[in-house]
Design a protein around this ligand. Structure first.
Ligand code: AMP
Length: 510
């Protein structure tokens, strides 16, 4: 594809009309550095879409005239950098192009009041309205599939996500973690204006945030006063320092698994922001749904792609059923069962084929637990109070430090009610019966008549949904995905998109 530089709005409209593939859009204000480069190269590596970088210093988002006048501009170098790192086209409009005088078509947008009333919004009146106005204008001109943004400007990212949602724009936000310089300070176009001394002050500030993260990992709390005291002692002028919920930007509470510690400091004429995400445990994805909805296939792939542990709770119930059956244990006898459960250990071990084996009391039962014999008793056994209590505790132990994707029937409602993402995966009975019949892992199901399979699935659904303890139920905050019409990869991609929306990329950095 021929690389192009576009300068006029009519030209960009023409260019857009002649492009049939999807577009990745990377808006910037120029003076590009490694943060911008990471955005452009991530877009390039993500997919085969056309990558469009825009360079426009948006006057509407400056609340200070001299800040606007001093904003560093390095257009020729920016063009070279953009093309060298994966841009297919660069849009460099003039202010008159974006905001034509007397043009009534320009829509001035108000940013979400809740989100813009915190952090930078407190002192930069109108700043986020300006950001929303220019991005709304650019999105309408460019109509991209993906919008690439840096988590460095986390509040901006939240406000733009809210804009896309409220204006019902068909664009997905993809984010990248904050890129830092050799000394740990966030890369910013404004850094060129810093004196050596100012730069040192920011380094101290960023390091203090990093230290707060380390302390949080041990003590699970943040002492804002202490941090402010330390920074003030070093003559750092703090505009704000807040510990907030990462999505609502309201005060963080002890229940928040993820929170954000965000601050802004002033160094001479320059104002710099930095933040750090704090996590009590790594994220958890809970996938629930009826038998045959595609849960295990999808969950396995998600675990692999997101490098999460795969917790197959169904296999735990099956393994236990297998043991009770093999040992001929009368599981209706409560006392006896309690004693037996005390001596049981269930473990998962990777078998090197990107799959895992399940062991009960050190006996590998991966294949045996998929027999029709076990399928026909597992629902009954899993409805026994003691069994559920025992296995839910085991599952919570495995999930204590998070970093897993678990599938089952009560993960989002009972086992991990505080999971960051809850999905309820389902499919019609016809579709699920068809899938079971072609399940290569179960010879029994392959041999069975389709109508008989449908009957069995219906019965299993009824038993699972009507048992007294932890019935199969969609959690209130779970997202339902009906998988009939989707391929496995499409379902996996949908769930990964939802995960990426909820979990800042930065939390993956140790
Ligand atoms: P700007 O040119 O400052 O308007 O930034 C353009 C895009 O680059 C925004 O999405 C920013 O969040 C992103 N960005 C700027 N600096 C960094 C950085 N140090 N790390 C990651 N993203 C960044």
């Amino acid at each position: 594809m021929k690389k192009v530089i576009i300068r006029k709005t009519e030209e960009i409209e023409n260019w857009r009309n002649n492009i049939s593939s999807d577009i990745n859009f990377i808006p910037t204000m120029g003076n590009l550095h490694n943060g911008h480069i990471k955005l452009i190269s991530t877009a390039k590596d993500d997919n085969s879409n056309v990558n469009l970088v825009s360079i426009f210093v948006n006057p509407l988002q400056f609340d200070n005239k001299s800040d606007l006048e001093n904003y560093p501009q390095t257009i020729d170098n920016d063009i070279k950098i953009s093309f060298a790192n994966g841009a297919d086209a660069i849009f460099i409009p003039s202010t008159e192009d974006i905001y034509p005088p007397n043009n009534k078509n320009i829509k001035f947008i108000k940013a979400s009041l809740e989100l813009s009333s915190a952090l930078c919004g407190l002192n930069r009146i109108g700043h986020f309205d300006g950001v929303c106005t220019v991005i709304y204008r650019l999105l309408n001109l460019i109509k991209p599939k993906n919008l690439y943004l840096g988590e460095k400007d986390w509040q901006q990212l939240l406000i733009l996500r809210n804009l896309i949602l409220t204006k019902k724009l068909n664009v997905a936000i993809k984010s990248i973690p904050t890129q830092r310089d050799f000394d740990g300070i966030p890369l910013s176009s404004r850094n060129v204006n810093l004196s050596k001394n100012e730069r040192e002050l920011i380094r101290v500030f960023s390091n203090e945030l990093l230290l707060a993260k380390k302390i949080f990992q041990q003590e699970k709390k943040v002492n804002l006063k202490e941090i402010i005291k330390k920074l003030s002692a070093k003559k750092i002028s703090i505009e704000y320092l807040e510990h907030l919920h990462p999505y609502t930007l309201q005060q963080s509470s002890v229940e928040d698994n993820i929170s954000i510690l965000a601050g802004a400091i002033r160094c001479g004429e320059t104002r710099l922001i930095d933040h750090i995400f704090l996590m009590r445990r790594r994220p958890i994805i809970a996938i629930d749904g009826p038998a045959g909805s595609g849960k295990s296939t999808v969950t396995k792939l998600i675990a692999k792609k997101l490098k999460l542990l795969y917790l197959d709770t169904g296999a735990m119930y099956r393994a236990l059923s297998w043991l009770l059956k093999k040992e001929n244990i009368d599981y209706q006898k409560e006392k006896k069962l309690q004693n037996i459960l005390k001596g049981i250990s269930i473990m998962f071990k990777s078998n090197g084929n990107a799959n895992q084996d399940v062991f009960i009391n050190n006996y590998c039962v991966t294949n045996e637990i998929r027999s029709q014999e076990i399928s026909s008793i597992v629902s009954k056994i899993s409805s026994i109070k003691e069994v559920r209590k025992f296995l839910v505790e085991e599952q919570r132990k495995i999930g204590e430090s998070g970093g897993l994707v678990a599938e089952g029937r009560d993960i989002g409602t009972t086992v991990f009610p505080d999971a960051e993402l809850k999905v309820f995966l389902t499919a019609s009975i016809d579709e699920r019966a068809k899938r079971r019949k072609s399940d290569k892992k179960s010879e029994d199901s392959q041999k069975m008549d389709l109508n008989k399979l449908k009957e069995l699935i219906k019965r299993r659904d009824f038993e699972d949904s009507n048992r007294e303890i932890s019935p199969l139920k969609k959690a209130n905050d779970a997202i339902e995905i009906i998988t009939d019409k989707y391929s496995i990869d499409e379902v996996v991609d949908k769930i990964i998109d939802l995960y990426n929306e909820r979990i800042p990329k930065e939390t993956e950095i140790k």
